[in-house]
Design a protein around this ligand. Structure first.
Ligand code: CU
Length: 246
């Protein structure tokens, strides 16, 4: 009787336990092919903006006063995400921490073929401002004309992702890149998001915005501040990998 119980237990274990552990690490596609599952969802952290703790560069960058503020010709150097691109597993969470002032976040899905350089041409045509050391060579630096103009932004497949309407009222929603269609989330619309008193690092204390990505794909993360996004290319990407049938 004991031997019979033991063999029954082995059969039960093979049916119930193993698929939950070892066997479950595979996925079957529509053709019946088995593939290893991707690693478990991993989280990521992205710093949005920079808290200036000194001059952003030699003159003409401001050397005193409101360094990094809207009158600093080098403020564009603080308008970026770090890192500009992260990859997480499906179901993973990204925590965005705000640094410096005057930011807003919004997320859109874009085609896999969407590149930073291609998308940036719809904002301020020319080189990536992140690669421009001399503020005089940044074609849209502190340009109210460019920041307030209408921009229609396409992804790598040619689909319209964002329409930044002309800023005619300088009030909500004109005063932000406020494009609701296809937008997954936004934060910092009427009141900007602001950073804390400690620059990016383990003890930094900026506002946090989190988003959990439940579907695979490529996602565009933008700052809704018109100057930051349309002049200075303040955007990045989150790539979410895994199987959509999970
Ligand atoms: Cu910003």
């Amino acid at each position: 009787m004991k031997a019979r119980f033991t063999s029954l237990f082995v059969v039960w274990a093979a049916i119930v336990v193993l698929p939950v552990s070892g066997w479950a690490r595979q996925d079957t596609d529509r053709d019946g092919h088995r593939h290893p599952k991707p690693p478990a969802a991993a989280d990521a952290a992205v710093d949005c903006g920079v808290l200036p703790v000194g001059q952003l560069g030699p003159p003409p960058c401001l050397q005193t006063g409101a360094i990094g503020g809207p009158a600093d010709p080098c403020s564009y150097l603080a308008h970026h995400l770090t890192p500009e691109e992260v990859t997480i597993g499906k179901g993973g969470q990204v925590t965005f921490q705000i640094h410096g002032g005057g930011h807003g976040l919004a997320i859109y899905e874009v085609s896999q073929k969407t590149t930073r350089d291609d998308l940036g041409q719809f904002l301020c045509a020319g080189p990536d401002p992140a690669t421009v050391a001399n503020p005089d060579l940044h074609p849209c630096n502190l340009s109210a004309t460019n920041a307030n103009a209408k921009h229609v932004i396409l992804d790598g497949r040619g689909d319209v992702v964002i329409v930044a309407q002309t800023n005619t009222t300088n009030a909500h929603p004109d005063n932000r890149v406020w494009s609701e269609q296809d937008r997954l989330m936004s934060a910092g619309g009427q009141q900007f998001l602001n950073g804390g008193t400690i620059p990016a690092g383990p003890t930094s204390n900026g506002q946090l915005v989190t988003y959990r990505f439940l579907k695979t794909g490529r996602y565009l993360i933008i700052c809704m501040n018109r100057v930051h996004f349309l002049n200075d290319w303040m955007f990045g990407f989150v790539d979410v990998v895994g199987h959509d049938r999970d």
